[in-house]
Ligand binder design. Structure first.
Ligand code: SF4
Length: 312
């Protein structure tokens, strides 16, 4: 099949615009979409110092590459990378190496911080003998550590690699859990003290295109998946949406556009929560203690119980 814009061989079909694109026109279209997303949502402004959450997977790799390309000529905007090492044996080592490689290649400052050094335990240790899904722990601690680190390093925004598929999954997960309050707080909100604002420049790009963008630039790697991913609710929702998208093209986009039509109503119904400062770590929180410190407290108690059982 030929590219719809030239005579080169097509590498991708964009169903929504009914166009076949060759490598070069695909790269242009990808980058134009990201630029529009940034501009239309006023995501990045002069003076911003952007911390890119760089896991080393395809989405964050595509993100840092495209941001570096788009923003490199803007003198008043800087980009650096933060990688969180959760401590997932047999998985994180490879992705950290990839994160280091892409940062070096682009000449971008790269900081690696770990659960172990900040919370005293890595994820594998945190979930030992616990019934909660590992992603519950991982999500809370990663969010907290990312915010702390970005703040310490003077970031004005945190950019994450969430793509269109991630957005559709998050919306659907909240619908399916009946968690309408959380759904109402999903849309970007006003600034909250102590929280570095998050932006998602890839939110209009389908996941398969982030993978393709990495491949055509020669830096995607192997499709490593976290060993805990299949245990999560998100994994089932992802499979369900992929199935629906295959059989009813456009399902993911309509999930997102349907949500955007009700998001203002939900925002009125569920205004931002008033935040205070965690008594232990000083991170922003709703109660006296943030979610990360609450979970650490639970982990400490269960480890104490386990150790007293093993001694008796
Ligand atoms: Fe963490 Fe779950 Fe993602 Fe694995 S799949 S990195 S445990 S959030």
């Amino acid at each position: 099949m030929k590219c719809s814009k030239c005579l080169e061989k097509s590498i991708v079909f964009r169903r929504d615009s009914n166009t076949h694109l060759c490598e070069s026109h695909f790269v242009d279209a990808f980058e134009e979409t990201v630029k529009h997303t940034i501009e239309d949502n006023n995501m990045i402004v002069e003076g911003d110092r952007i911390a890119v959450a760089l896991s080393g997977g395809k989405d964050s790799t595509a993100l840092i590459y495209v941001l570096n390309k788009i923003l490199s000529k803007r003198k008043n905007i800087s980009v650096f990378a933060i990688t969180i090492d959760e401590g997932i044996k047999g998985y994180r080592e490879d992705t950290i190496k990839s994160a280091r490689n892409i940062s070096e290649k682009l000449g971008i400052d790269h900081i690696i911080v770990s659960f172990k050094e900040r919370f005293g335990l890595d994820l594998d240790e945190m979930i030992e003998a616990r019934r909660e899904a590992p992603c519950t722990f991982c999500g809370v601690f990663r969010k907290s550590l990312l915010n702390m680190t970005a703040k310490e390093l003077g970031a004005t925004k945190v950019a994450t690699g969430h793509d269109l598929d991630d957005e559709a999954q998050s919306i659907m997960m909240n619908y399916l859990k009946g968690d309408i309050e959380r759904l109402g707080r999903f849309a970007p909100r006003r600034l909250q003290p102590g929280l570095i604002p998050r932006v998602k420049p890839l939110k209009d790009i389908p996941e398969r295109e982030t993978a393709l963008y990495c491949m055509v630039h020669g830096f995607y790697l192997k499709m490593a998946e976290c060993p805990y991913a299949s245990l999560s609710f998100r994994s089932d929702v992802r499979d369900m949406l992929n199935y629906l998208e295959n059989n009813f093209p456009g399902t993911k986009k309509s999930t997102i556009s349907g949500f955007s039509r009700i998001s203002n109503l939900l925002a009125d119904r569920y205004p931002p929560m008033r935040l205070s400062s965690c008594e232990q770590c000083k991170e922003p929180c709703v109660e006296n203690s943030c979610k990360a410190c609450q979970l650490l407290g639970k982990i400490d108690s269960s480890r104490l119980i386990a150790s007293s059982r093993s001694q008796s």
